[in-house]
Ligand binder design. Structure first.
Ligand SMILES: NC(=O)c1ccc[n+]([C@@H]2O[C@H](COP(=O)([O-])OP(=O)(O)OC[C@H]3O[C@@H](n4cnc5c(N)ncnc54)[C@H](O)[C@@H]3O)[C@@H](O)[C@H]2O)c1
Length: 263
C-alpha cells in the first residue's frame, strides 16, 4: 500500500523547491494535496501536472484569512486534513549592523508566525478526527548558530521551539508535531547564484557526506515523518543535512577532508 494512501495534506511554499518535491512525492504515495504559495503561476502549473490529486490555492502563510481557503479546500474537495507541512520560508542574510528591520519583520511573519497560523488553522479539523501530523520545516540553522544569518537562524530556532510546545499541547488530541532540519539544499533559496558542479559542491566540503542536498532528500524524510511509519514520533527533530550539524572537522586530525587540511 502507498505510504500516504487516503491522506489529505496541505503543503505551503509548494510552488517550487522542497515544497514542490514534497508535493510530487506525497501524490506518488497516494495523498491528495492542497498546494499553497504566493507564486500563483508556478503553483497552478504544478497542480495541473499532478492532476486530480492536487489543487492549488493562493496562500500567504503570514495572513490568517489566507488560511481559510486552504483548509476549506482540504475538507470540501478532499474530505479532511491529515497532514500539514509548514514549508514556506524566506532568508535574509546580512551582517548584524546591516540587518534590515522591515525584511526581518517580514521574515519572522513568514517563517515563524506563518507556521503558527498554519497549525491554528488545521488543528480544529484534526482534533475532530482525533489524528493529524504537523511537519515544520526548520533548518540546520535551527540546530546551531551560523554567521551572517542572525534573523533567519533566530526564526528557525523559533520553529523548533514551536514544534516542541505544540507536540505537548496537541499530543493528547492524537496530533503529532515534528521538525525537519534540512542542511544546504540546491533550491532558489539555498543556491541563489545557481552554482553548478565543483563551484557548488566545493562550498560543502565541511559536510560529512561531501555534497549539497537535493529537494528529494528532504521530501523523503518529510514523507516518513508524515506517514504512519512514524506513529510514535512527536516533538522530534530530524536533521537531513548530510551530517552537517553533527559536529565539526578539526583540521589536521584523521578523517579531515583534504580541502580542509592546513597547507
Ligand atoms: N534550501 C536550503 O538550503 C534550505 C536549508 C534549510 C531549510 N530550508 C527551508 O526549507 C523551506 C523551503 O525552502 P526552499 O529551499 O525550497 O526555498 P524556495 O525559495 O525554493 O521555496 C520557498 C517557497 O516558499 C514560498 N513562499 C515564500 N513566502 C511565502 C508566503 N508568505 N506564503 C506562502 N509561500 C511563500 C515561495 O514562493 C517558494 O515557492 C524554507 O522554509 C527554508 O527556510 C531551506
Amino acid at each position: 500500500m502507498a505510504r500516504l494512501e487516503g491522506k489529505v495534506a496541505i503543503i505551503t511554499g509548494a510552488a517550487q523547491g522542497m515544497g514542490a518535491a514534497t508535493a510530487r512525492l506525497f501524490v506518488q504515495e497516494g495523498a491528495r494535496v492542497v498546494l499553497g504559495d504566493v507564486l500563483e503561476d508556478k503553483g497552478r502549473a504544478l497542480a495541473a501536472e499532478l492532476g486530480e490529486a492536487a489543487v492549488f490555492t493562493p496562500l500567504d502563510v503570514s495572513r490568517e484569512e489566507s488560511w481559510e481557503a486552504a483548509t476549506a479546500l482540504g475538507v470540501d474537495r478532499f474530505g479532511g486534513l491529515d497532514v500539514l507541512v509548514n514549508n514556506a520560508g524566506v532568508m535574509h542574510w546580512a551582517p548584524i549592523e546591516d540587518i534590515d528591520v522591515e525584511k526581518t519583520e517580514r521574515l519572522l511573519d513568514i517563517n515563524v508566525l506563518g507556521n503558527l497560523l498554519g497549525a491554528k488553522a488545521v488543528v480544529p479539523t484534526m482534533k475532530k478526527a482525533g489524528r493529524g501530523v504537523i511537519v515544520n520545516i526548520s533548518s540546520v540553522d535551527g540546530l546551531r548558530g551560523v554567521n551572517g544569518l542572525a534573523a533567519y537562524t533566530a526564526s528557525k530556532w523559533a520553529v523548533r521551539g514551536l514544534t516542541k510546545a505544540l507536540a505537548y499541547e496537541l499530543g493528547p488530541a492524537g496530533i503529532r508535531v515534528c521538525s525537519v532540519h534540512p542542511g544546504g539544499v540546491d533550491t532558489t533559496l539555498g543556491n541563489p547564484g545557481g552554482l553548478v558542479g565543483d563551484d557548488l559542491q566545493s562550498k560543502y566540503v565541511g559536510v560529512p557526506l561531501q555534497r549539497i542536498g537535493e529537494s528529494e532528500d528532504v521530501a523523503r524524510a518529510t514523507l516518513f515523518v508524515a506517514s504512519d511509519e512514524a506513529s510514535y514520533i512527536s516533538g522530534a527533530e530530524l536533521a537531513v543535512d548530510g551530517g552537517w550539524s553533527a559536529g565539526t572537522y578539526y583540521p589536521g586530525l584523521p578523517g579531515t577532508p583534504s580541502a580542509l587540511m592546513p597547507s
